[in-house]
Design a protein around this ligand. Sequence first.
Ligand code: URA
Length: 205
Amino acid sequence: PLVTDLDIPRITALPAVALAARTCRICPMARRATQTVFGEGRSDARMMFVGEQPGDREDIAGRPFVGPAGQLFDRALLDAGIERDDAYVTNTVKHFKFRPRGTRRIHEKAGPEEIAACAPWLAAERRIIRPHVLVMLGATAASALLGRHVTIGRERSRAITLEDGTTGVVTVHPSFLLRVPDEDARTREYARFVSDLRLAADLRT
Ligand code: URA
């Protein structure tokens, strides 16, 4: 039987949630994508990172943050002294959204409906993991988790308390760093990103 959003709050173990998400057809994106890209990491992780949505590479691999943005993210985690294996890494939306063009798949931004449809999965991850610090990578994650429109520049780099008492930190999305054209600016932005990750690591205890 297909999972519905009413079933999700009743699932209590992380592997069972991930398994149920594999057959999710709550939104139409699921029919086109290769597979669900669920979060991964420890269920007792103190830090949880939330991105936007899987890209082409993640869709094929079935794992979050393994493409170009993921490689940059890995390097920044290393520079911030954070072990990815100790954390939990997920996305706001669990399917790759794209438009076919010939043999290519053109990335499309997930909209409010897809974010809302996928919200019970993110809520389940938060409920089970109960991270000490929740890092929101980019405006999509921050807006979805804070429940309001978020401007990164105004809200990044400090501790924010979420409605359930969880400590949150807003920062840029790693793919933003890949798009900064000027090299000096990119170096500066990268350093700021690493510093946000360090702040989050300091808040995890
Ligand atoms: N960008 C994201 O937001 N998430 C991924 O998993 C990969 C790229």
